[in-house]
Every structure is written in structure tokens, then in C-alpha cells.
Design a protein. Sequence first.
Length: 419
Amino acid sequence: MTSLTGLDALASVGGNINILYNYALTSLSGFGAFTSVGGGIGIYNNSVLTNLGLENLTSIGGSFVIGDSGYGGNPSLTSLSGLDNLTFIGGDLEIYDNDALISLSGFGPEISIGGSLIITNNNNLTTLNGLNMKISIGECFLINRNSSLTSLTGFGGDISVGGGLYIYDNQILASLTGLEAITSIGGSVEIHYNNALTSLSGFGTVIPIGEDLSIYNNDALESLSGMENVTAIGGGININHNSSLRNMSGLENVMFINGDIHVESNLILTSLSGFDNISAGSIINLSILNNPSLSLCNIQSICEFLLSPNGVIDIHDNWAECYDRAAVEESCEDFSIEEQFSEDYLSIFPNPAKHEICVSTEDGRAVDEVNIYSHTGQHILHNRPLHSTIDISGLQPGMYIVEITVESNRIRHKLMVKR
């Protein structure tokens, strides 16, 4: 059987469709009249299939799986042409183990995926060309084990990810350029085992990250530059086993997290500079372990956390002034918290507040600038108060971070707005 001609009269199917182990099937043309499938579609191990031919298909109630780890892929499939009208997938879209696939072209201008988008083990795929559309992903976005993938270029429209973004084990991926299209990530970001990746440039406009940020085992990664638009992380930060990483530059705009900081076994890491602006009160536990070149730890966030820790501290086997907890605390004595100021230096009254607040400093110095951020890091309000009184009547009830600037120094304080 070389085609499915004869199924043209069927307009919809209530359950699942599985097409597998057809060794002469070259095209799915014959499904021409299909517009919807109530269940899922699985296309597995069709050794000479080159053409999908599903031009009239608009919706799939379950998952759409093109190749599979168990059943196998479609080794002759070179493109996804024929999916122009598909706008809805209720489950996952999985593109797996299609060794001849060189492009993801074939989709229309917009698609909603209720589950995850998984692009895995397509060994001739060099870019993500073809995904130049608006994509809504309900769960995770996974890009892994594509051995020829050098670039993530190919996105066009906005991409929202309800779950996590996972990029790992793409051995010659040199850049994250292309991820500028992602506008939101509800879950974690994990970037690991991408051994040609030298920076995170291209990460783009993602503000904030919903859960953890984990970057580990990227052997060529020299810099975290590219993360400058991230202002808040809903979980912790894990930076581990990146043998070429020198500092944390790129994370300067992260103001608060909601979890642990864990930095371990980064062989030539010399400084934690880049963590400077994280609110110490948002750090739960702190681990700095086995970084043999790390000698600069006395940055504001770390020193303030050590003065008033929220959880467990584990610091050992680093270098010089970072060697262990005692060494870091001693070096923090040389780093003047008083010069940098602290939360106690700032007074906000009333707090909680309804309509306006008065901001003042302990020694009466003038407040130069006030910025207010939501608990997710979104910049809400900017003010240069003449009399230290600020109108907050436009803010919705909830928790905010107030950041004031006094003589080029920044101090942060929590503010509760109620109605």
C-alpha cells in the first residue's frame, strides 16, 4: 500500500488513529476530507513515508506524535508539509526520531498545543525553520538530542510556554538565538549538556521565569549573557558543572527569587558578580561548593543573606576568600553593607497601604528615584518624588517590591497594597 486513497469520504474520527509499520506507504494523501480527530494521531515507523498530506485537518483532540521512542520514527520524512490548517492539538505535539527531517515547515500561522511540544532526536535537523507562527504551549517545550542542531532560529510569532523550557544534549548547538520569540515561561528553565554553547545570547524577552533556573554541564559556556531581561525567578538558581564559566554576569537584573542558590563545581568560576541585586530575603538556602577558582563572594546579596539567613548555608572547598563560610563572612566585613545600605535604612509608611506611601531614609538623605515591581518582577511604577510621597492608588492589591535609589545606591523593601 503506497497511499490511503479511499478514506476521502471520512470527515472526522471520534477516537485515535495510528499509522505504523507500513513499509510501502509514501504519503497520507487520501485523508483529504479529514477535518478533525477526537483522539490522537500516531505516525510511527513508516520507512518510506515522505509526505503527510493532511491538508484539511484542523483539530486533534489528543496528542499528535510523529515518530516515537518505542515504535520508531519515519526515516524518509523530510518535511511536515500538509499541516497548513491544523490549529489545535489537545495533547502533545511530538516530533521524534525522523532522521531525514530537515525542516519543520508545513504548519499554518497559528497553533494551540494543550500539552507539550517535543522536538527530539531528529538527527538531520539543523534549525527550527518552519515554526514561524504564533504558538501557545500548555505544558513544556523540550528540545533535546538533535545531533545536527546548530541554531534555534526559525521562530516567527510569539510563543507562550505554560510549563518549563528544557534544552539539553544538543551537542553542536552554538547559540540560543531564536528564543527571542518566547514571551512567557510558567515553569522551569533547564539548559544542560549542550557542549558547544558559549553564551545564552538569544534568550530574549522572557520576564519572569516561573520556577527554577538550572544551567549545568555546558562545557563551553563562558557567560550567562542573554539573561538580562529576566527580573524574577519563581524558584531557585542552580549553576553547576560548567567548566568554562567565569562569573554570573547576565543575571544582574534578577531582583528576587523564591528558592535556593546552588553553585557547584564550576572549574574556572572566579566571581559571583551578577547575583548582586537579588534580594537576600528571597533566598531560602545557599550552597557554594567545590568551585576551585572562586575567590569573590562578598557581593551584596550574599553578604546580606549571611547576616540574616533564611535557611541552610553550605559553603566549602572554593578558593581564598570564598573557601568556606567563615572566609566569606570575614570578607563581607570588608564589604561595607552600611555603604550599600540595608532594608532597615528605608522607611515606608503606611505599610500595608491603600492610596499613597511616604518613603524616607534613616539619616534624612533625599530619595532620588523610586521603582515599584510586582512579585513576578514586572516594572509597575517609576517616580522621582519631590516630597517622598508616592501615589499608589493605581496598584492592584498584593505584594510589591519598592526599590529606592539614594546617591546611586539601591535599597529594596516589601510593600503590601490593600483596598
